[in-house]
Ligand binder design. Structure first.
Ligand code: HEC
Ligand code: HEC
Length: 225
């Protein structure tokens, strides 16, 4: 190959790379691109809660800290932005998210999304008991969270299969709390859904979802690396 052809080829290849990069950018216009390694070091401030299996939080009632390893990156981003903005009121997470920049959030989301690799939930979950199946049907939960509750139709919606039952229950109830400065989540989608159910029903749903095989985990991490 002569010099001219080689450099021509190089610029074609470079051009193609730029087009691809722009294409990816175009799909995620909302913020910076996350860096997994940067996220891993920034996660030092998260592992005291999200890196200890079974770690409990006592507000507004005792429940386990949510599993976030293996969660989708756009949902982690959306959740952290909601705490930072105050749409999610949980005081501890508001304080933490308030200290994060958009780049920090992107890095942490990229890191945690890839932090439970190689785990794929079965396509179909085990059948729900009839009473729970009727509640899931009424709330059309699978239409957004996926048939196995690990395949949300939009990556900014959460995977919920296998999440801690007590956390799922607290989370579901929080969509029904308005006007409290410390508790609640303002979310137009889940607000409309959670209000159709009593707390007893939300608990039944949470228990069923928690028992399903999922893609979420709490992974211990060394603080010293
Ligand atoms: C002091 C304990 C603690 C620390 C430290 C902490 N979190 Fe949390 N985190 C929680 C609790 C408790 C919740 C549940 C809050 C709620 O009910 O909305 C939560 C919720 C979340 C959620 C929402 C999960 C979901 O399924 O909606 C994300 C994402 C998250 N934390 C990420 C982080 C990141 C990233 C860090 C580090 C920068 C961090 N957290 C540090 C306790 C903590
Ligand atoms: C129209 C789409 C849609 C439907 C239907 C739907 N969800 Fe959601 N769900 C969402 C979105 C979007 C979020 C994220 C809300 C936020 O950012 O707080 C969410 C959040 C959740 C959460 C919080 C997860 C976490 O980690 O904190 C739970 C639990 C949940 N949904 C359960 C359900 C259940 C149970 C049903 C049926 C009764 C249901 N959803 C129906 C879209 C939907």
């Amino acid at each position: 190959m002569n010099q001219t052809t080689t450099s021509l080829l190089k610029s074609v290849v470079a051009g193609a790379t730029i087009v691809t990069a722009l294409g990816v950018q175009a799909q995620t216009p909302t913020g910076p691109v996350g860096d997994v390694q940067a996220g891993e070091s920034k996660a030092a401030m998260c592992i005291g809660c999200h890196g200890i299996p079974g770690y409990q939080n006592s507000f507004p009632e005792i429940h386990k800290v949510p599993k976030i390893s293996g969660q989708t990156a756009p949902y982690i981003t959306a959740a952290l932005q909601a705490y930072r903005k105050g749409d999610r009121k949980h005081p501890t997470m508001r304080g933490i998210a308030g200290s994060l920049s958009d780049q920090d959030i992107a890095d942490l989301a990229a890191f945690y999304a890839g932090h439970n690799p190689g785990v794929t939930a079965p396509e179909q979950p085990k059948a729900a008991p009839a009473a729970v199946a009727a509640l899931l049907e009424k709330g059309t939960c699978a239409s957004c969270h996926g048939a196995n509750f690990s395949k949300p139709i939009d990556p900014s919606y959460p995977k919920i299969a296998g999440q801690h039952a007590d956390y799922l229950y607290v989370a579901l109830k929080s969509y029904n709390v308005q006007g409290n400065p410390h508790i609640g989540r303002a979310n137009p989608i889940m607000g409309g859904i959670a209000q159709q159910f009593s707390n007893a029903e939300l608990k039944q749903i949470a228990n069923y979802l928690a028992g399903l095989p999922g893609e979420l985990a709490t992974k211990p991490q060394s603080r010293f690396r």
